[in-house]
Design a protein. Structure first.
Length: 226
């Protein structure tokens, strides 16, 4: 096993129903934010990763063409499998025992997410390492916090920080799950029991673009950054 992964799973299969009219003619990852498809903002956070695979479902042709032109392999899902099921379905294409997983509904202001995770990754003690951001450095996030990072880096459910949508995960964590369609939350709950789920804080700012208002908020954040 590499000290850190060189393979990434990019989640692009969701229907994006919360985006309302913005996804009437395109999948959510192709919504334009500051002149670039939303998925490109996510890809910038893993640009050092060589092998990248994305899952597709809703209006896949536009997204497939865009991703293939960037050298990203795509896997079509006949039915939505959620994040955990989508990752397991893509394992024959990923061909890796440790991967980055990346959501595609956020915009970042700060250093590359993959580098922050890779620097903190300790495969001897970790099965998952989630990148979180303190609630006070989130933008457009409509929910509460997700986790707290405990002394020593272990992760606990809490409200102090928000999951950014990027993590490192050993694919063996998917073993012994019988469901076909399941969320990675199920995987995390099992890892909480073993104490092998950790978190690391993102030092920059992060914007949730999972709802229409998030587009304008993200563009203001990026304009301020420039």
């Amino acid at each position: 096993m590499r000290n850190h992964p060189n393979t990434a799973m990019i989640f692009c299969a969701g229907r994006g129903t919360r985006m309302k009219a913005l996804t009437s003619d395109r999948p959510k990852p192709m919504i334009q934010v500051a002149g670039r498809p939303l998925v490109d903002h996510a890809l910038a956070q893993i640009r050092s990763v060589e092998h990248r695979v994305a899952n597709l479902h809703y209006l896949p042709d536009m997204l497939k063409e865009h991703l293939n032109s960037a050298g990203i392999e795509t896997v079509f899902e006949e039915v939505l499998l959620e994040t955990g099921g989508g990752l397991r379905n893509a394992l024959p294409h990923l061909k890796a025992d440790v991967v980055f997983t990346v959501n595609t509904d956020a915009v970042w202001k700060g250093p590359m997410a993959a580098e922050i995770l890779a620097e903190a990754w300790d495969p001897e003690n970790m099965d998952a390492l989630l990148l979180t951001v303190p609630f006070g450095r989130t933008h457009g996030h409509l929910g509460q916090g997700d986790f707290d990072i405990l002394p020593g880096g272990r992760l606990a459910r809490g409200r102090g920080s928000v999951y950014t949508g990027v993590q490192i995960l050993k694919t063996s964590a998917l073993n012994n799950i019988n469901e076909t369609c399941f969320s990675l939350n199920l995987v995390w709950e099992r890892l909480f029991q073993t104490g092998r789920i950790f978190g690391v804080e993102y030092p920059g700012h992060w914007c949730d673009v999972g709802h229409p208002e998030g587009v304008e908020i993200a563009e203001r954040l990026l304009k301020d950054a420039n």
